[in-house]
Structures are given as C-alpha cells and as structure tokens.
Design a protein around this ligand. Sequence first.
Ligand SMILES: [Zn+2]
Length: 179
Amino acid sequence: MNIEQLKEIKKRVKEAFKDVKGIAGFGIGDNRIRIYVLNESVELPVEFEGVPLEPVVTGEIRCLENVKPAPFTYTNLQTPERYGCAKCEAKGVKLWRQWNTFLEHIELLCVDCAIKDQCKEITVNEDGRHETYMGMTDQIGNLVPAVPDLENETFWGYTSVPEAGVQWWKHLPLRAEPV
Ligand SMILES: [Zn+2]
C-alpha cells in the first residue's frame, strides 16, 4: 500500500470517526492508520477497510501552567526541554540530527526543516520513515533520528538506540498537528 492510498483511507477514517469522543488526531504509519486518542478507554475497531488502525495514547491536553514537567522517560510521549527544531523551534515532535558531528555542534531538525536542509523531495510517514529504492528508511539524507539518552546528555548512535528509545521516537508526532 502506498502513501497516496493511505492518505485516501486516512480521509475516510477521519470522516467515519470524527464524532467519537477522545480522539485527538489521525496519522499515517507503516501500512496502517494511527489514531491519536486522549486515553485508553476510547474504543476503536482494529481495522478499517482492511487497513489496521493503531491507537496511540497522547494523554489529556492540559494547561501547562501549574503542571510540573514529568521526568523524561521513553514510556510517555514527552520530550526533553531542549528537544526542539533549531530552525523553526517546533517542539514535541520527531527530530533528526547529523550523525557525524560533535555533540556541541549538533543541530536538531524537524521533518520539514530536515527535508529542506537535505534538499530532498520525499514524503515521510508518521513513523518517520519514507520509501527509497533500497527500502524503507528513517534517515533523511545524512540525518538520522535524534534519540536522547535518559540523562538527556547525548544521543544514541544510530545502531545502538535501545528498543524503548526507538519506540519513543517512532510514536512522537511527525508534526505539531497530527490531524
Ligand atoms: Zn523545523
């Protein structure tokens, strides 16, 4: 199934579930449609027109005042304080980094700034992946997913990211508005 077909199905999913309470947005994953829900009690079918639906719990959206930031873990979709795009300052989204640069020079980039930076014409899905002639990849040109370690002091090397970190990054929204 290609991205254009998934986009069409996403439109119909949106239409079909627009009145369901607790849904925060819709996205496209690897051969599946993501439904961002506010909590686990939102009931959804497992597929739509034969395409798997994957619920992703984003948590309640609350006023940020008076709420202490939770410690950073890979089990929720929070991002560390400094995890923002160096160009457009997008926060709370997937970011990429240079792989061969010293830490103090690393610039984090969101999907759109990364594509511009690398002069690519690609469509990246909600999992942060796109198709190349070599297969699916989550690298954008020379840029790789930026997965901070739990101390938020450095980034995992591309091939050494622990599974929890991989999952955390994969489930971060691609853009600030997943809808
Ligand atoms: Zn950006």
